[in-house]
Design a binder for this molecule. Structure first.
Ligand SMILES: NC(=O)c1ccc[n+]([C@@H]2O[C@H](COP(=O)([O-])OP(=O)(O)OC[C@H]3O[C@@H](n4cnc5c(N)ncnc54)[C@H](OP(=O)(O)O)[C@@H]3O)[C@@H](O)[C@H]2O)c1
Length: 324
C-alpha cells in the first residue's frame, strides 16, 4: 500500500503465502526465468550461491562477479548458465572495469542481487582515502556498481535487491564519522553498512521509477555461512548462534531458506506496487517493536526517505558518480 503523502510504500505485511521457512526453490516454483539475465554479487558462497543455484534452476542466465574468480568457477562448476567475471567491490577501478565490460557486451540485466558482503572484520581501510571497509564494500561498491550498470538496468526495467540485515538495528548512518576515524567497532561498522543497504534501495527505487527500475532491501534471516569467519568459534555460543553441541540455534535458517526472501523480492508480482520496501521472511517487514534482531522488523532510520536521499548524495560525492 502506498502512503499518499510520501508516495512511498508502507512497511506493512501483504501476505505472500510464503514465510520464514520457505525455500529458494519454493518461492521460484512456477516462475520461468528463461531468457532473463541476473547478476548476483558474491553468488558463489553462502546465500549468494543458493541464490545463483535457484535462479539458474528457474532458467535464468546468471552473471557472478567474483573477488576470487577461481574459487567462484569451482563452486559453480555444476550450476548451468553461470558466468564468472572478476570484480572487487572494495576497488572502484575494478567496479568501473567490470561494468564497462558488461555494457560493452550489449546485454541488459533483468535482476541484480547486491548480495556480497563482509561482517565484523577487524578494522580495515580500503582505497586511497582509507575508507572503512564495511561501508566501502557493502555499500559504496554496490552503489558504484548499480550507478555504472544503469543503462543495462533501465533497458530491461530491472529489479534490484539489496541484501541488508537486521544488523541495521545497531546503527543509523554515522553522518559525522562515516569511516570510523575514531572509536572503531566492528559490529557498528557492519550495522551502519546494512542501514546503508536499506536506504540505498529506498532511494534507488525513487530514482529508477521513470525507467521501471524497482528496488527492495531484504533481511535474509540468520544463517551460519562463511560470513561469520571473523568471529572465533568460541564466541558463537555466547552470541546465541549455536547450541551446546554446535548445531544452529533455534530460529536460524538453512541457506536455502536464507535465499528465499531475496528471490521473492526479486520476482514476486505482489511487490509491483511496493518499491523501496524492506522485506523479511518472504513478506514486507513491519516496523520493529523490539531490539531482538532474530525477530527482526525494520528500524525507522533504515527507511527514512530524507536519510536515503542524503546518503545517495554523500555516496555520489565520495565515488565521483553524480549523474544517475
Ligand atoms: N548469513 C547471515 O546470517 C546473514 C544475515 C543477514 C544478512 N546477511 C547478508 O547476506 C549477504 C551474503 O552473506 P553470506 O552469509 O552468504 O556470506 P558469505 O558466504 O561470506 O558470502 C559473502 C560473499 O561476498 C563476497 N565478497 C566479500 N568481499 C568482496 C569484495 N571485496 N568484492 C566482491 N565480493 C566480495 C565473498 O567473496 P569471497 O568468498 O571471495 O570473500 C562472498 O562470495 C551479506 O550481504 C550479508 O551481510 C547474512
Amino acid at each position: 500500500m502506498i502512503n499518499k503523502q510520501t508516495g512511498l510504500s508502507r512497511q506493512q505485511k501483504i501476505g505472500s503465502g510464503f514465510g520464514a521457512l520457505s525455500t529458494a526453490d519454493e518461492v521460484l516454483s512456477g516462475i520461468d526465468l528463461t531468457g532473463r539475465t541476473a547478476l548476483v554479487t558474491g553468488g558463489y558462497s553462502g546465500l549468494g550461491l543458493e541464490t545463483t543455484r535457484a535462479l539458474s534452476n528457474a532458467g535464468a542466465r546468471v552473471v557472478v562477479p567474483a573477488r576470487r574468480p577461481e574459487t567462484a568457477e569451482a563452486a559453480l562448476l555444476s550450476v548451468p548458465r553461470t558466468e564468472v567475471r572478476p570484480l572487487d567491490l572494495a576497488d572502484l577501478e575494478s567496479v568501473r572495469a567490470f561494468a564497462e565490460d558488461f555494457l560493452d557486451s550489449g546485454r541488459t540485466l533483468d535482476l541484480v542481487i547486491n548480495n556480497a558482503g563482509i561482517m565484523a572484520c577487524p578494522e580495515t581501510r580500503v582505497g586511497p582515502s582509507g575508507w572503512e571497509a564495511h561501508f566501502a564494500l557493502n555499500h559504496l561498491g554496490h552503489f558504484a556498481l548499480i550507478h555504472r550498470l544503469r543503462p543495462a538496468l533501465a533497458e530491461a526495467g530491472a529489479r534490484v535487491v539489496s541484501v541488508a540485515s537486521s544488523g541495521h538495528f545497531l546503527s543509523d548512518i554515522r553522518w559525522d564519522d562515516l569511516h570510523f576515524r575514531t572509536g572503531y567497532d566492528r559490529w557498528l561498522a557492519y550495522a551502519q553498512s546494512k542501514t546503508a543497504n536499506a536506504l540505498f534501495a529506498r532511494h534507488l527505487d525513487l530514482l529508477g521509477a521513470d525507467s521501471n527500475v524497482r528496488a527492495f532491501a531484504v533481511h535474509p534471516g540468520s544463517i551460519l555461512t562463511p560470513l561469520q569467519r571473523h568471529i572465533p568459534r568460541e564466541e558463537w555460543q555466547a552470541h546465541g548462534w549455536v547450541t551446546d553441541d554446535g548445531r544452529p540455534a533455534a530460529g536460524f535458517k538453512t541457506s536455502q531458506q536464507g535465499a528465499a526472501t531475496t528471490l521473492w523480492a526479486a520476482t514476486s508480482p505482489l511487490l509491483d506496487e511496493h518499491g523501496g520496501a524492506y522485506c523479511q521472511d518472504c513478506d514486507i517487514a513491519e516496523p520493529a517493536t523490539t531490539d531482538d534482531m532474530l525477530l527482526g522488523g525494520v528500524k525507522p532510520w533504515a527507511t527514512d526517505p530524507a536519510s536515503a536521499a542524503r546518503l545517495w548524495e554523500l555516496s555520489s560525492e565520495l565515488t565521483g558518480l553524480s549523474e544517475f
